[in-house]
Ligand binder design. Structure first.
Ligand code: NAP
Length: 312
């Protein structure tokens, strides 16, 4: 068995699938952590055949469920001696969904899947990561967080557990962006917490790539047409999968932690000013992220909501 082990969540389609293939072709032992075993098994067989690497495992994981995360981590740590790379790729964004959805542990679905689930999984796998000589965790973030350059934009911390479900207007798109901003803030906090144990934690600011046919299939007719139109010009998911690979394996990033990295593999900096010309550069460029993400109060708030939710 190869001794470099990578876990990729949501590895059955899009960027996750392309990343599983990339790591497999490079001789890694790849663990695809997926929720739909029937669909994912077919993908696993495809990757084994096309990469010529039989060390591609498939294990069941629903990232929106803490129970499923605990079961996955327990099965993984019983089966494997250590973990080198953990990629939190899976995400919830149900285009056009109007209803506020709750996870099994009564957390808003985007926050459960995109922020608090990955946070719990990293915490539970930290001992195994620590056994690697060069452990790295990568969180899949998005350019959508640029919406926080708007000074009015904020996370509704008071509505992450269904408190105002059905009472406040719900936008699944806003919740998606908010949950990815939360993931970025958790990246900073986790990096700080795990630094003394040698575990590096970063986030990748993902630009639009072509949506997979599996994802397009799940969309309503309106969003299907839009996605197909955008797919004409958007780059292939494999471009972003190559970025996952570079950040998680190259010497260049071996000492980098607590950073947001953009599609050009540059470290993104907190914006200095969010006014005038500087703001135009913030919005149209890829060099800065909103100051909102560095606010200590926001970071502590999201961290403590996650810690308390994990305890329940
Ligand atoms: N594509 C883009 O343009 C874009 C832009 C910015 C950021 N991103 C980010 O990049 C990452 C990958 O996106 P993608 O476009 O490759 O997405 P995708 O093709 O839709 O794949 C998402 C994957 O996540 C899995 N997933 C969703 N919820 C899950 C859960 N609860 N438990 C386990 N797996 C779950 C899906 O599994 P099922 O097949 O079972 O649904 C699927 O395998 C995401 O974090 C996304 O937010 C993408």
């Amino acid at each position: 068995m190869t001794d470099r082990i990578v876990v990729i969540t949501g590895a059955n389609s899009g960027i996750g699938k392309a990343a599983a293939y990339k790591f497999a072709t490079q001789g890694y032992c790849v663990v695809m952590a997926c929720r739909n075993m029937e669909i994912s098994e077919a993908v696993q067989h495809q990757i084994i055949a096309s990469s010529n690497n039989t060390n591609v495992d498939l294990m069941k994981l629903d990232v929106s469920s803490f129970t499923s995360i605990r079961a996955f981590c327990s099965a993984f740590t019983n089966k494997y001696p250590h973990l080198d790379i953990l990629i939190h790729n899976a995400a919830y964004l149900n285009h056009g969904e109007k209803e506020y959805k709750l996870s099994p542990e009564h957390i808003e679905m985007s926050f459960a899947t995109n922020a608090f689930g990955p946070m719990l999984m990293t915490r539970l796998l930290a001992d195994h990561l620590e056994r690697s000589p060069d452990p790295r965790v990568l969180n899949a973030c998005t350019t959508n967080i640029k919406n926080f350059f708007d000074p009015k934009r904020k996370i509704d911390f008071d509505n992450l557990r269904g408190e105002f479900r059905g009472m406040r207007r719900h936008s699944t798109y806003k919740m998606y962006g908010d949950s990815k901003m939360a993931l970025l803030m958790l990246t900073f906090k986790m990096a700080e917490q795990l630094k003394s144990r040698g575990i590096k934690v970063n986030a990748l600011q993902i630009n639009r790539v072509k949506l997979s046919k599996e994802t397009i299939h799940k969309l309503s007719p309106f969003w299907k047409v839009l996605a197909l139109a955008q797919n004409i010009t958007n780059p292939l998911p494999s471009i972003m999968a190559d970025n996952y690979y570079q950040i998680c394996t190259s010497d260049e990033f071996s000492q980098v932690t607590g950073q947001l990295i953009n599609h050009k593999l540059e470290i993104v900096q907190p914006s200095v000013s969010e006014k005038g010309f500087a703001q135009l550069k913030n919005i149209f460029g890829s060099a800065t992220y909103p100051q909102y993400a560095t606010d200590k109060h926001n970071i502590e708030k999201i961290w403590s909501i996650g810690i308390n939710a994990h305890k329940e």
